[in-house]
Design a binder for this molecule. Sequence first.
Ligand SMILES: C[S@@+](CC[C@H](N)C(=O)[O-])C[C@H]1O[C@@H](n2cnc3c(N)ncnc32)[C@H](O)[C@@H]1O
Length: 185
Amino acid sequence: MTAGPGSKRILDLCCGTGDLTRQLVKGGGELFSLDFSFNMLKKGVAKGWLSGENVSADAGKLPFKGESFDYLTIAFGIRNIPDVDVFLGESLRVLKPGGKLLILELTRPDNGFVRFFYNLYLTKILPFIGGILSGKREAYGYLAGSISTFLDRDTLIERIKLAGFKSVDYKKKTFGVATIYICGK
Ligand SMILES: C[S@@+](CC[C@H](N)C(=O)[O-])C[C@H]1O[C@@H](n2cnc3c(N)ncnc32)[C@H](O)[C@@H]1O
C-alpha cells in the first residue's frame, strides 16, 4: 500500500472481512476500513485482507474529522444502515471537497421478466439451497426481505442529492440486480 505525501485517503465502510478492501489495496493510497463488528475486522485481519488501518465504529457516526478522505466506498452495506440520511450526511462531512462516495448495492431489476425470475430465485430457490448447505435459511429470507424493502434506485438517488452531494451517476450491473452509485461532493 502506498501512503506517501499526496496519496489518496480511502475509507471502506461496512468492510466486513474485507472482500472489497483487498481489491482497493491494489490501487494504492492510504486505506482505512470500518465495520461495527469487531469480529468481522478480526477475521479480515487473520485472512490478510485488511492490511490498512481498521476501525470498529458505526457508519452512521464516523469517528473522523471533516474533510478527511478523497474516497469513501461501501459495498452491500447501505441496505443494512437504519438511517440512510444520517449516513449520507456523515459521508459528506468526512469527504474532502471534490471527493467521491461510491456505493455498490443490490437493487431490483427494472425489466418485469428478469424481475420475476430474480424474485423466484431470491425468495424460493436461494433460501432452499442456501438453507440446506448452511442450515441458516432465515439469513436468506432476510436478504430477500432487505432487498425488496430498501429504497429503489431513483429514491436513493433523490436522497443522495437531498443530502447535499453535487452529482450522482449510476451504473446498473447484471440486468440491474446491482447498482454502483458515484456521488460527488
Ligand atoms: C454484507 S456485509 C458486506 C461486507 C463487505 N463490504 C463486502 O462487500 O463483502 C455488511 C457489513 O456491514 C456491517 N454493518 C452493517 N451495519 C453497519 C453500521 N451501521 N456500521 C458499520 N458497519 C455496519 C456488518 O457488520 C457487515 O460486516
